[in-house]
Design a protein around this ligand. Structure first.
Ligand SMILES: [Zn+2]
Ligand SMILES: [Zn+2]
Length: 525
């Protein structure tokens, strides 16, 4: 019996010695005194993509700031889940850490994080391209979240929409493709050396980096590293994966493994509002880079001749710098010999500078043309039983006043509908305005197929000419269905529903000059 205990104890000791001897290395620290102090003063390190108790995080903003301070950060960008209608908290320094409020929006094409977004006039949701358009119009900076997330519906997948930024890595996704033994090992390592243990499950996100390079061919897109920190044990939201309880690294560990560093025009002033807008401006213009601190810390990039950021003269031993994309939008990554992963995760990733001309994506153009739309019925109101709508037809159009029923969400909607017979068309053109900013869903209903195909448009007090291309229509019912022959469409609807309005919402909009854009002869053949 005693022998058995001794043997077991010896085995445990051998395993413990083995595990301790094979821990991931402590992060290397670069010689900071080699850096220009002026440059260090203008460089701020922070965490981007952080959840608090406002959505599915484990702690409130104050505790998150305290963890960031312990991890040596100067700012955190908090991105709780929301629809953009909440007025963002003003920036504030807590525990010496600048807290910047932002929002992570769920769309049909995945999660989209918006920085610098004022309160939206209606819920941002639905079609991914519509949310990208709204964030841009409202002056926000939008980032495609976790493109390589294994859960369909969370991963961003609409690459035709003009996103401003992309998460090249997301720390909450990286562990998900590791084998159970690898995770068990990482868990042991985490208890001894948290940041290197987390970095040891990072791989190089091949597809996402390739995607970024291909986007850079046509325009500047800023790559950021997402901590996606939720902080230890917490109740998880159903939106983020289904389980009711979730475990993860502590905030401090998340903040110690990866940072985004921004280069400001001047050292931070201590004024939270000014410093926050300087940080967001640096992100917009690409003066931001990632350092995986769990591998090595202390990297400070220097401004290059063309305004971009480059490595300091002395590259640490074994580090290899590789270019991503081609001029003029040249990004790069640095490989470090201590990086783990298959293939090894880049230690640092830097952005190209974004010229101001490439910052605001172009909004859909005007110039409506085409033939008048032939209607087969008068306009009518369609709605759920408790909501109300009033329609008045006028010359060349109609006006709809709506009031969605108050209370619970029970698929409230109010629509103006008309029966149509369409030729082979490539799009619809019309003029539209609304009492207040809103997003209107334009729908074609196919009675034989029992399907609706939809696309939302933004309208406000200023009448505007809009073009809706049939190629932009998305199925409302089954995501995998094929767009039916458009000549089979039975009705056209302009719908207000809970995608972009809340129960109790009321207002009115006006549509006129409906025309059809014919298919080009080439497309008809
Ligand atoms: Zn997300
Ligand atoms: Zn998130």
């Amino acid at each position: 019996m005693r022998k058995a205990i001794l043997a077991a104890a010896a085995l445990v000791a051998v395993v413990a010695i083995f595990l301790l001897a094979t821990l991931p290395p402590e992060p290397a620290h670069l010689a900071l005194d080699a850096n220009d102090p002026g440059l260090v003063a203008r460089t701020m390190a922070g965490a981007y993509h952080v959840h608090t108790t406002r959505s599915d995080g484990a702690a409130d903003k104050r505790e998150v700031a305290a963890a960031a301070a312990r991890a040596g950060l100067q700012f955190v960008i908090i991105t709780d889940h929301g629809d953009g209608t909440r007025e963002p908290d003003p920036p504030e320094y807590l525990h010496g850490v600048l807290c910047i409020d932002a929002v992570e929006i769920s769309t049909n094409g995945g999660h989209y994080v918006a920085l610098g977004l004022p309160a939206a006039p209606y819920p941002l949701a639905g079609d991914a391209a519509a949310v990208v358009e709204d964030v841009a119009r409202l002056g926000g900076f939008g980032i495609a979240a976790h493109p390589h997330h294994p859960t369909h519906g969370l991963a961003w997948d609409d690459w035709s929409a003009p996103v401003d930024g992309i998460e090249w890595i997301n720390a909450d996704v990286e562990w998900r493709n590791e084998s159970p033994p690898r995770l068990a090992r990482a868990l042991f390592d985490y208890l001894v050396r948290p940041a290197p243990a987390l970095a040891s499950v990072f791989d190089r996100p091949e597809e996402t980096l390739e995607r970024w390079a291909s986007l850079l061919r046509s325009r500047a897109v800023v790559a950021l590293a997402a901590a996606d920190a939720h902080g230890g044990a917490r109740a998880s939201s159903l939106d983020e994966g289904g389980s009711r309880f979730a475990l993860g690294p502590s905030y401090e560990a998340s903040f110690s493994v990866v940072v985004n560093k921004v280069l400001l025009g001047a050292p931070p002033s201590g004024n939270a509002v000014n410093d926050a807008s300087a940080i967001i401006e640096s992100i917009r213009s690409g003066r931001v880079y990632t350092v995986i601190r769990g591998i090595a810390d202390g990297l400070v990039l220097v401004p290059g001749a063309t305004g971009g950021l480059r490595f300091p003269e002395q590259v640490p031993p074994g580090v290899v710098v590789r270019e991503i994309g081609t001029a003029p939008r040249q990004a790069w990554e640095a490989a470090h010999p201590n990086a783990a992963g298959h293939p090894p995760v880049p230690w640092a990733v830097a952005n190209p500078t974004v010229p101001p001309t490439e910052r605001v994506p172009p909004l859909p153009g005007t110039a409506p043309l085409g033939l008048p739309l032939r209607l087969r019925s008068p306009w009518r109101v369609e709605k759920d039983p408790r909501s109300s709508g009033q329609l008045s037809e006028g010359p060349g159009g109609f006006r709809l006043t709506y009031a969605l029923a108050e209370g619970e969400r029970v698929s409230q909607f109010v629509a103006a509908a008309v029966d149509v017979s369409l030729p082979a068309l490539s799009g619809l053109a019309f003029s539209a305005s609304a009492e207040r900013p809103m997003r209107l869903s334009v729908q074609l209903r196919f009675p034989a197929e029992g399907e609706r195909w939809v696309k939302s448009v933004y309208i406000d007090q200023y009448p505007r000419d809009l073009i809706l291309r049939t190629s932009d229509l998305a199925p409302a019912e089954r995501a995998d269905s094929q767009l039916p022959d458009l000549t089979r469409a039975g009705s056209l609807l302009f719908v207000v529903d809970l995608t972009n309005a809340k129960p109790g919402a009321r207002g009115g909009f006006h549509i006129s000059g409906l025309r059809i854009l014919e298919q080009s002869p080439a497309a008809q053949r």
